[in-house]
Design a protein around this ligand. Sequence first.
Ligand SMILES: [Zn+2]
Length: 420
Amino acid sequence: MAKELAEHGHLIGKSTINYHRAGTCKCTNPAAVDDRPAPAAPRAESGKVDVGPDGGEFTEIKTSEPLTDWTHIFERFNLDPEQFTIVDDTVRMSMWQQSKGLEDGTRDIVNLYSYRAKFTRKKQGMIDYATLRDQIRNWAPTPASTTPSRPPVTYVIGMADWQLGKGEGDGTPGTLRRLNASLEAITRDLDQLAAQGIRPEGVLFANLGDHTENVAGSYASQTHTVDLNMRDQLNLALEQNLAWLKALAPRFKTATYAACMCNHGQLSRGNGRDNVTDDADNATGLIGDTLATLCKLHPELEHIEFNIPRDEMITTTTVSGVNMAMAHGHKISGAEETWLAKQSQNLVHTRRFIPDLWFTAHRHSAAVNDYGPYTRIQATTVDPGSKWFTDSTGAYSRPGTTTFLVGADLPGMWDHYRIH
Ligand SMILES: [Zn+2]
């Protein structure tokens, strides 16, 4: 009977027949209907299920309300809703209308629905996609270790012969461009060293002199070719030095700034090349003294130790166990090898200092000489070059900033020689 009615669109469930037989159904006792609690969710009146190990399919699920939550459908067929999930794009629905008797004896038109859908067994161990996605979006590299690596080494930077104010070639603007390129290359070099696990314990800013060009006394037409006056040369040199200290010093546990007296830095030239006062009256001294004062006021730079000579032409410092002797180079006379040997002997006697490595400048070109007891490294520069020098010799030098590592445990006490 139920089947026959269903084929005509009249849905009769087993409970309806039971109610009818008990005489409590609407057709015999309309009041009885009101005593039954209203269903909280659309009830499936009938349907079929076909279940396999990985899922199955519901067919002919007939309800009086649209179906959005399938939980009670699974429960109706004794399936755990936590174990299965409806495959969204397999849901099919048809709807039709049917006349329904109301409590007051009139009739109304109601909507009825029939559904079919496939479902699958939920995969065990599935994890939340949003969490995975957020992990990707919020990823950041593990901060690099700042602990110095072994063996201890110091990164040495030759700040040499910038000659700010020199108007030849592309002049001071060209020098500044090359200085910026050098600083960027040095920063990349430090990053690459760190990626290899090499983290120097310290940095040595070696001011090898001639940061300013001066305005007279070096060569015949100097006053007419410089592109900055003395005040601007000194201020620019201070700015440039400070920029390098700020960019690099905070990367290191220890930092040393050691400076060398120089020829272009002579501040009180009379009519000749020499100071009318004394050797201490030098731009390198003024720049070093001012930087030392400035850095004490800056929390990230106050760890820099300054080694600014008064009028000594050789500056000595020890970093990572290596005794370094530095000189601008303008005082070298005769054969350089002999000069270095005599000065080394002098340092042993007067300062009880045995040089492991000499670092010089002034000649603007790259050179590395192994003299046995010590190596001499000659720093390059980023100045605009010299027409006079090229005209006279045919030679010119690769512009750049010389850097290398020193450490008492390194072979020959130095390594990683670069021109940036
Ligand atoms: Zn010089």
